[in-house]
Design a protein around this ligand. Structure first.
Ligand SMILES: C[S@@+](CC[C@H](N)C(=O)[O-])C[C@H]1O[C@@H](n2cnc3c(N)ncnc32)[C@H](O)[C@@H]1O
Length: 302
């Protein structure tokens, strides 16, 4: 199981202080709490208020857990605010959307079940994707769908959306899924034709890659020496961001590496631990969403 490997990658120590940057429904947090023992503690973060509410109910009696409704983009300030001077021994990211988010049509992530076209992980901030789609130009929509969905037919999809909204406002996931299905010409086996467009709009409206960049930097700033970073990503764009970040931080700054004495600020801050790992076939069979999941682990250098 990738979750078990991620926890193993964190090299958990009893009494340690750990951060679950993506609480979800607390599956990983529960495992972290088990491993840290009575003296350890966990800071768990989620930007989804429903996740936090469910977590407060599930872990009502858990004094070792601090649950915070926030974005992991703010890890740099969240960790010192809650750590009470304890060194952070590990940060875990399990990226993407949770099953409860995907399965609830009211959240607007699903192209299979009709619901309001929202897609925000944190509905208390920003705007639903419907509001953006109502005013964006063909070119802006095309660019988002091409960049974050790697959709070959991005222009056709964007044109179909703009033509569709002239007839009536686009407010439902079902309407969007139909428009896209009519515009996308080729069918990828086992994939709904709107998969790429929905992924792209979700990533855009939640600024997922921007938040990830900030979250990784914040984690790196706050990890104590020897602390571990474990990241599970769910698609290639996320993994590319993680991979590039880890590569950059695990080598000497290329601009300064020719100096006779490399300044401390240019030295690597991370050491890669092992190779990237994929979900096992058995895991994918149980949870098809894990088919493109990848785990990367690194350790904070002194
Ligand atoms: C795949 S789920 C995590 C599942 C979790 N590991 C568990 O065991 O239940 C991803 C979670 O990360 C949250 N999330 C995504 N982006 C986030 C961000 N920038 N800041 C905080 N939470 C985020 C989502 O709201 C979602 O609940």
């Amino acid at each position: 199981m990738l979750a078990a490997e991620a926890l193993e990658g964190l090299a958990l120590e009893a009494g340690g202080y750990y951060v679950d940057a993506t609480f979800g429904r607390g599956g990983h947090t529960a495992l972290l709490l088990q491993a840290v023992g009575r003296e350890g503690c966990v800071l768990a973060i989620d930007r989804d208020p429903q996740a936090i509410a469910a977590g407060r109910a599930r872990f009502a009696d858990e004094m070792r857990l601090t649950l915070v409704h926030a974005s992991f983009a703010d890890l740099g300030t969240l960790v010192p605010a809650h750590a009470h001077d304890r060194a952070c021994r590990g940060v875990l990211f399990d990226l993407g959307v949770s099953s409860p988010q995907l399965d609830d049509p009211q959240r607007g992530f699903s192209f299979r079940a009709d619901g309001p076209l929202d897609m925000r992980m944190d509905p208390t901030r920003g705007e639903p994707v419907a509001a953006w789609l109502a005013r964006a130009s063909v070119d802006e929509i095309r660019q988002v769908i091409a960049t974050f969905g790697e959709e070959r037919f991005a222009r056709r999809v964007a044109q179909a959306i703009v033509a569709g909204r002239r007839q009536r406002p686009l407010t439902r996931t079902g309407e969007l899924a139909e428009l896209v299905a009519a515009a996308v010409r080729t069918r990828e086996p086992g994939k709904h034709p709107a998969t790429r467009t929905f992924q792209a709009l979700r990533m855009f409206i939640n600024d997922e890659l921007g938040q990830l960049e900030r979250g990784l930097s914040g984690a790196l700033e706050r990890l104590g020496p020897g602390g571990r970073l474990a990241v599970i990503s769910f698609h290639s764009l996320e993994d590319r961001t993680v991979k590039q970040f880890l590569q950059r931080e695990s080598q000497v700054d290329p601009a300064l590496k020719h100096l006779p004495v490399v300044p401390a600020s240019a030295r690597p801050r991370l050491k890669l631990i092992g190779r990237k790992r994929r979900a096992t076939a058995a895991e994918v069979q149980k949870n098809p969403r894990a088919r493109s999941a990848l785990l990367r682990v690194a350790e904070r250098l002194a």
